[in-house]
Design a protein around this ligand. Structure first.
Ligand code: ARG
Length: 463
């Protein structure tokens, strides 16, 4: 015989066992218990404040709830699938522990506003934890950028060598991607931090509740404006998961670069042994499993985003049971993002940068061709003609297996009489880097200044 359900009054038959298992959410939503209890305590205190409960009743409920929290914390609580979800499990246990008074807790509320409140409290904390981890990764990236502020490497477009940049400059690009992610999360937090409690099932309640008081107790910015909307929409969950999907997308791009850079062909970085694995058959292998997995896990979070959007799209107002399906995607999103951010931070911190290989790659790829064109423009050659001349110089270099700085002045003169001896100054990687000396550019002095500004910004927002 199943445990009696809090809603079984109008039912004459008990729930089919398969249906019970199918509709229950307690196996996953028990993760919300801290927030469920927090919300219930505030609700009980508010009911006492407005005189719906006596102070004594409210105190008994609060104490009972705190004892239950301790039971759950220490693994002594027995979760029951028959009691469906975290809310009814805790309420039933409260009644078991404190008797009749426990039955009064649910006055003036519904599981609909309860679950929406729990989820918002949970996500508010989740956002803070993700923001902290993001900040730590940004910090690690800035430290690396500082060490390599002047280390030349080839910059790429289409994965073809484009122009010289410094490794520090590349790290700052990563930093900016994550800085916007952190901003997005803060923006989302503001919309998460609104309290549905008091909306009850959908229309509000006939009790003289004080929603501002409950909101204040729970640290919410404000109570929600409309009771239907507050129990029906999960846009705040979708927004968080979208922000998380962007974080993962950024991490995935960074991971992809690390996979490439740590290959023998690039040899730009060496990942620490602690972040790689070997092959069971090929003794020479050191595989970049960690960045590969981060790249792979991006698909999960993007999948969760699509699942949630699809879950929401055709629901009529107000609450529908469909919404119960929001929990697993959001829980897994949080776990995945946090796990990825944490390993990434360790990986970046322990990684070795091969300056010699970076420099060789920058020198080899004709990365200073644009500098030669700019030089010609400064000699009065129109840019389009300069482009053509430099194209021929690159062709010559390729055909004779040299780089641009190894072509003789005689040969250059044949390509354009405007070229003089001073051309060799712009053909070096150092000259090219130094020339990009403006805000946002890759000149080492600019990179150093940008790192300083980034540190100040991070201190304001960060961990
Ligand atoms: N377990 C439910 C959920 O996660 C709680 C709300 C249920 N409300 C209801 N009227 N069935 O959405």
């Amino acid at each position: 015989m199943a445990k009696e359900k809090p809603w079984s009054g109008r039912f004459t038959e008990s729930t089919d066992a398969a249906v019970e298992a199918f509709t229950a959410s307690v196996e996953f939503d028990q993760r919300l218990y801290v927030y469920d209890i927090m919300g219930s305590i505030a609700h009980a205190q508010m009911l006492a404040k407005v005189g719906v409960l006596t102070k004594k009743e409210s105190d008994t409920i609060v104490k009972g709830l705190k004892d239950i929290e301790a039971e759950i914390d220490t693994g002594q609580f027995e979760w029951s699938v028959a009691l469906e979800d975290v809310h009814m499990n805790i309420e039933a246990r409260l009644i078991q522990r404190i008797g009749e008074t426990g039955k009064k807790l649910h006055t003036g509320r519904s599981r609909n506003d309860q679950v929406a409140t729990d989820l918002r409290l949970y996500l508010r904390d989740g956002i803070d934890v993700v923001t902290h981890s993001l900040g730590q990764l940004q910090q690690a990236i800035l430290d690396l950028a500082e060490r390599e502020a002047g280390s030349p490497m080839p910059g790429f477009t289409h994965l073809q060598v484009a122009q010289p940049i410094t490794f520090g400059h590349h790290m700052l690009a990563w930093f900016e991607m994550l800085a916007r992610d952190a901003e997005r999360l803060q923006d989302c937090r503001g919309r998460v931090n609104v309290m549905p409690l008091g909306s009850a099932a959908l229309a509000g309640t006939s009790f003289p509740i004080d929603r501002s008081y409950t909101a204040k107790l729970l640290g919410f910015e404000a109570p929600s404006e409309n009771s239907l909307d507050a129990v029906a929409d999960r846009d705040f969950v979708i927004e968080f998961v979208a922000d998380a999907a962007l974080i993962m997308t950024h991490l995935s791009r960074m991971a992809e670069e690390l996979v490439l850079w740590s290959s023998a062909q690039f040899g730009f970085v060496e990942l620490s042994d602690a972040y790689c694995t070997g092959s069971s058959i090929m003794p020479q292998k050191k595989n970049p499993d960690v960045p590969e997995l981060v790249r792979g896990k991006t698909g999960r979070v993007t999948g969760h985003l699509v699942a949630l959007l699809t879950l929401m799209k055709a629901q009529p107002l107000a609450y529908n049971k469909d919404n119960q399906e929001d929990k697993e995607p959001v829980f897994d999103t949080l776990d995945t993002v946090l796990g990825s951010l944490r390993v990434f931070t360790g990986m970046i911190t322990s990684m070795k940068v091969r300056r010699d290989h970076l420099l060789r790659a920058a020198v080899m790829g004709h990365a200073t061709a644009t500098d030669l064109a700019d030089y010609l423009v400064r000699q009065g050659v129109p840019f389009r003609d300069a482009h053509e001349i430099v194209g021929k110089a690159v062709r010559l270099a390729l055909d004779t297996d040299r780089d641009l700085s190894q072509i003789d002045l005689e040969e250059y003169k044949k390509l354009s009489p405007a070229i003089g001896k001073d051309v060799y100054g712009v053909l070096t990687v150092e000259g090219s880097l130094k020339a990009r000396d403006h805000l946002g550019g890759t000149a080492p002095s600019q990179v150093k200044a940008a790192i300083k500004r980034a540190r100040t910004r991070l201190k304001k927002s960060g961990p």
